[in-house]
Design a protein around this ligand. Sequence first.
Ligand SMILES: *Cc1c(COP(=O)(O)O)cnc(C)c1O
Length: 345
Amino acid sequence: MKVIDLRSDTVTLPTDEMRRAMYQAEVGDDVYKEDPTINALEQLAAQMLGKEAALFTASGTMSNLLAILTQTHHGEEVLLGSESHTFWYEVGGASALGGVVMHTVPNSQDGQIDLSMIEDSIRSQNIHFPQTTLLCLENTHNRCGGAVLTADYTSNAAEIAHRHGLLVHLDGARIFNAAIALNVPTSELARDVDSVCFCLSKGLSAPVGSVLCGTHEFIESARKWRKMIGGGMRQAGIIAAAGIVALQTMVTRLVEDHDNARRLAKGLSNITSIVVPHEVQTNIVNFETPLEVSGPDFIQLLNTRGVKIGYRGYNKYRAVTNRMVAADDIDEALNRIDISLKELY
Ligand SMILES: *Cc1c(COP(=O)(O)O)cnc(C)c1O
């Protein structure tokens, strides 16, 4: 029985081409900026995101943390979506390590934060308030089911933030999914933000890594912060080599993941007891089962039938299509989901 793993696109394994590139990578000590493969990856990433410079980091979590450490001071406040990955899943690092207050503003279903709410949430000068200095956006939006933010929305949000003296960071862990879904250059989606990061190890299938992009000055400062938190790596060109292959060969194929996600969503909504609450825009499918079904039992039964999905609590589930799962695997997964649910409901 083939296990169909839809828990995340992080389960994607490196391709043969990536492994060859890793084996052959020319490397050096990156703390001295002497790893040619890292330098090449950073240059390529900066160019694709339309920024001056870039920094290779261990993870998306590290990139977001560096963006906050570099662009805020202790005791200041960051505005971010109530459903944002940084608020939910990054261990509170911004507060624990950066000493900043995370001021959440409600995300709407489409991953946006209402523009007037952004403006209203920025603190005025008042002795009681922390100073608001950074706005964080997320594209695609993970907890909002892979929703995309358009370049227009991002520009409008950035304009408000900048007008009030804030900087803007974009958590673009899956920004290439957004660019493919919107059919626009990735750089357009990051045009008006001060910093942006993306993951190499999700849909792009590289084994490790993320890249943070921004101005030369910002990146040099982030490099120092990266060293402080122990992220200064040496011959890490070994892993950056796979990242270069990811950027060169794995972006356009994301359209297959999106097609499979729509196929999955359509199949799920044909199962009468399942609700797919919103339109699927990229590779993430959120769905719900009736409250009579125990979510953990459903997940466990699916596991024994070789289908892995994520449980979000309250009978809500997440399935993420990825390169390891083909269209016929989606059909097979739908079959196993249908049978399992009939057994429980
Ligand atoms: C996965 C993810 C991250 C963190 O990436 P890691 O590499 O797992 O640390 C950050 N933001 C979003 C939106 C993500 O989906």
